[in-house]
Design a protein around this ligand. Structure first.
Ligand SMILES: Nc1nc2cc3nc(NCCc4ccc(CCO)cc4)[nH]c3cc2c(=O)[nH]1
Length: 379
């Protein structure tokens, strides 16, 4: 969060552009979010393996929570009774929550979709739950989320055009209902519409235009990072971006690798979230300026060098690869913690570099130089 007086409203300020790339900030009552921004995922009220002061020190201005997981455990009403998610997990910056639809479809069993919403069985204890656009907004409000998502239906790719059209139109009807339900929430919070439409350009354009007409404070691009090749994802961003208002933030859901982030920023995306840095950290995969380093590999067993001696992150600068390899081999929790910390920091500095490069009109060079570093590998 940048040192400035928090706003009492939600707004987006564009500071500079370089081609289709943009840099600026989102203002919220809990502080500013510098964009392009990477939002660490804190699914069940924790960014797995990190303390929130490490998340803040790494440069994150905002973190994600998740409606689906938190409604099941500990329960939205319980979080509200305990003062809301910021108090519960001791993070005083902005929080964005997903609406739960995507997680219902990817995690729960025995689910039934209807116009009204989706009923499903908890993957935790098998209990039945109902999620409607109105209930999802109510839950996100109970959690106290600063940026909320409409309930939508995300189809897996590949899918038929008919399937993509059905889910896109349902999501538009749910966008209206979500926005209406959101009107009772305190000032300063925002709800984003979510663009759907599979990999069908005409459906994507129709979805973006219809949501733009509903005048949301921000827009998510959903239905991507669901197994499609990167070029399909990038093509859909290029299709959608021109139909979204330039003065509102664009959030690409669930993305992605460092390469995905740089290429999507170049096409006009402002906000990202992905479990990649922390999930990879638990699988011994480090993202660095020199590319990916798999610390399971025996070649690190006697390497005294840190991951990146020039970094200002202790996890990247102070621990030898030999030590990280040892921790990984022994399946010690500190291994996952240090590599997750390193990865969160790497993703934050990747976005900080992008913001500076766009402001200086040299984003294309920044991308080229960053990719050269990855290709040069770890000399
Ligand atoms: N409401 C809503 N939420 C979404 C979340 C998403 N998250 C993704 N992708 C995440 C995929 C993803 C999953 C795991 C890993 C780690 C691999 O080691 C990386 C990416 N796509 C998504 C699409 C939507 C969407 O349309 N609507």
């Amino acid at each position: 969060m940048t040192p400035d007086t928090p706003a009492d409203t939600f707004s987006f300020t564009l500071s500079a552009t370089d081609g289709a790339a943009r840099t600026g900030y989102v203002s919220t009552p809990r502080g500013r979010i510098r964009t392009p921004a990477f939002m660490p995922v804190g699914t069940v009220a924790t960014v797995k393996g990190l303390y929130f002061d490490q998340v803040r020190a790494a440069g994150a201005d905002i973190v994600l929570g998740n409606t689906y997981h938190l409604m099941l455990r500990p329960g939205a009403e319980r979080v509200a009774k305990l003062g809301g998610l910021h108090t519960f997990m001791r993070w005083d910056g902005p929080i964005l929550t997903d609406s739960g639809g995507f997680q219902v479809m990817s995690l729960s069993s025995l689910r039934k979709m209807s116009e009204q919403g989706v009923t499903f069985r908890s993957h935790v204890d098998g209990a039945y739950h109902e999620m409607s656009p109105e209930r999802s907004v109510e839950i996100q409000g109970l959690l106290g989320a600063d940026i909320q998502m409409q309930l939508d239906e995300c189809v897996r790719l590949p899918c038929t055009d008919e399937e993509a059209e059905r889910a896109m139109r349902l999501s538009l009807r749910w966008a209206e209902r979500s926005k209406r339900a959101f009107e009772t929430q305190p000032k300063g919070r925002a709800i984003f519409g979510i663009v759907q439409g599979g990999a069908v350009p005409a459906l994507r354009v129709e979805s973006a235009r219809a949501l733009a007409d509903m005048d949301f404070p921000g827009y998510s691009i959903g239905g991507l990072a669901v197994g499609e090749p990167q070029e399909v994802m990038l093509a859909m961003i290029e299709t959608v971006a021109p139909h979204l208002p330039t003065n509102k933030p664009r959030y690409l859901m669930g993305v992605g690798t460092p390469d995905d982030l740089l290429e999507s920023v170049a096409r006009g995306i402002d906000m990202f979230d992905c479990v990649m840095p922390t999930r990879s950290g638990r699988h011994a995969l480090a993202f660095t300026r020199f590319g990916r380093i798999n610390l399971k590999n025996a070649r690190h067993a006697e390497d005294p060098r840190p991951l990146d001696e020039e970094s200002d992150c202790p996890a990247l600068r102070d621990y030898s690869r030999a030590y990280l390899h040892h921790l990984v081999r022994c399946e010690e929790m500190l291994g996952a913690m240090l590599i997750s910390w390193a990865n969160i920091h790497y993703y934050q500095q990747l976005m900080a570099g992008a913001r500076a490069a766009i402001a200086a009109g040299r984003y294309a060079d920044y991308v080229a130089q960053t990719k050269e570093g990855w290709a040069r590998g770890d000399l």
